[in-house]
Design a protein around this ligand. Sequence first.
Ligand code: FES
Length: 120
Amino acid sequence: MQPDDLVCYCYHVPLRKLLHFARRERPQRASRMSQCLGAGTGCGWCIPFLEKIAADPDGCRLISESPDDYAARRRAYILEKRPKNTFAAADADPASAPEAPVPAPPPSPGAAPASPDGQV
Ligand code: FES
């Protein structure tokens, strides 16, 4: 794979950008790689590769396969209905991962305000 070949197809992020980002930022968590143009926040295919880049941006012998093979494997990943890759495994730190509360959706425009007992 060459520097201008895409690693993240969802956000069109090439290997060169990811390597520069990782060398400059030295991310402590692989999920920070998503700050490079959103890499890894789409289908999740590229996350294992982003983790490799984050772990070793200088010595990274990242993707030795051809860009065509890489793209073909990504297409197969998209077609399979298996669970999406996530950064969770690389960033696992159970002590610092509290459940974030889910905010209530804003009322839709024109909707009648709900009464205190929940009746409309
Ligand atoms: S290829 Fe990177 S998130 Fe889909």
